[in-house]
Design a protein around this ligand. Structure first.
Ligand code: HEM
Length: 361
């Protein structure tokens, strides 16, 4: 974006410089005649400008018409695309950004947030059926939790700043005005540009950390057929991660993670001879991918916090009650209990203790 703006400013300067000598030559050679009729069909280029200059001194419309055409020009702009002063597809990109992407994206966000709120109001929190055992099982190691929260924190920062940049002029400006929004936009851009590459690295490490337990298998069909018991509360067995979590892993972290990361790098480092058209394509992939990512993350965050009793505790402390393990991931629990999967099992901590300090039993 910055490169486009910088280039656009250079284009304006170049075009103005281009117009001045043409105007000067035309003026010096023009006879002091009365007003000539303007051509009925608008023309572009130096001849047309000279003609216009005689009729309406100071009117540079033919030069600008030439600039805003597909004619090949010569400028002092460095490197590629220097001969193309105005990239006219940019207008189509601007309309796509301010039109469908902003409008559909905004509505999709509103609808998803309302749908999740309605689901919670009707279904309530997914509670455990049986009583807690007082014994806990290690679900996530400290390394897994650190990786997870690095992804989550950087993602939230990117989501907040990205949404501010896309929707700010429609949401922030009417409430807080242009002055406040200019600060928010400048800060958002800075945070977004620097956290973006960090997030990509976190996602890569996250992929390597969790991929082993996210490989699809036959057992996932059981979960899919019962829709995970989301609607009727039935108990559906699964391995360490169920089909819903695997969908988030492959669709969100993997596919959308690659889409936003690759397009983000193209936008973040515009010094690799990217053309303006390539930057516009990268922006389109980035914005649509990021909006889908945020929508999917709303579902994941809901399930990981208020949606499922005990889920947040798993990612916060690393431990879950054995009843939770059996009711949500029965096959994984069986593997842990039989020793096939090495995971610590402990007595639940006292009120002041943390599961990490609990004694193994
Ligand atoms: C910001 C708010 C977030 C919260 C509150 C949250 C919460 C959770 C919780 C509680 C779990 C454990 C679920 C279980 O025990 O089965 C989990 C798992 C996971 N989360 Fe998050 N999360 C957040 C954001 C993210 C983001 C942004 C990503 C990736 C870009 C992510 C990727 C994962 C992965 C890969 C797992 C392991 C399960 C799987 O592979 O699907 N989370 N999260």
């Amino acid at each position: 974006m910055r490169s486009i703006l910088r280039r656009f400013t250079a284009v304006l300067a170049a075009a103005t410089l281009l117009a001045l000598p043409v105007a000067a030559i035309a003026q010096s050679s023009a006879p002091p005649a009365g007003p000539a009729a303007a051509p009925s069909v608008p023309m572009a280029g130096p001849d047309a400008q000279a003609q216009r200059q005689r009729a309406q001194p100071g009117n540079n419309a033919p030069v600008w018409r030439g600039v805003n055409s597909d004619m090949e020009h010569t400028t002092t702009l460095p490197r590629h695309e220097g001969g193309r002063l105005i990239q006219r597809e940019g207008e189509r990109w601007r309309q796509l950004r301010n039109g469908p992407v902003t409008q559909l994206g905004g509505w999709a966000l509103i609808v998803v947030v309302i749908a999740i709120g309605a689901f919670y109001a009707i279904r309530g929190q997914m509670k455990l059926h049986g009583p807690k055992t007082g014994r806990v099982v290690e679900r996530f190691t400290i390394v897994e939790r650190t990786v997870h929260w690095s992804m989550a924190i950087s993602f939230v920062l990117l989501a907040v700043t990205g949404l501010a940049l896309l929707f700010g002029k429609h949401v922030v400006v009417p409430v807080l005005g242009h002055g406040v929004f200019s600060w928010i936009a400048a800060a958002s851009k800075l945070v977004h540009n620097y956290i973006g590459p960090l997030f990509s690295v976190c996602v890569l490490i996250g992929f390597l950390t969790f991929v082993r337990d996210n490989i699809p298998n036959r057992g996932d069909l059981v979960w899919v057929k019962a829709a995970g018991g989301l609607f009727n509360g039935t108990h559906v067995p699964s391995h360490r991660f169920n089909a819903g979590e695997k969908t988030w892993f492959w669709g969100g972290l993997f596919v959308l993670g690659i889409a936003v990361s690759v397009s983000g790098f193209v936008l973040d480092f515009p010094n690799f001879e990217q053309t303006r058209a390539q930057m516009q394509l990268a922006w389109t992939v980035h914005a649509i991918g990021a909006l889908l990512f945020v929508l999917a993350a709303c579902g994941h965050i809901y399930m990981g916090t208020v949606g499922v009793e005990g889920a947040y505790r798993a990612m916060k402390t690393g431990y879950v009650d054995e009843t939770w393990a059996r009711e949500h991931h029965e096959w994984w629990y069986d593997d842990v209990a039989s020793g096939r999967i090495p995971a610590q099992r402990c007595a639940a901590p006292g009120p002041a203790g943390t599961p990490d300090r609990a004694q193994p039993v």
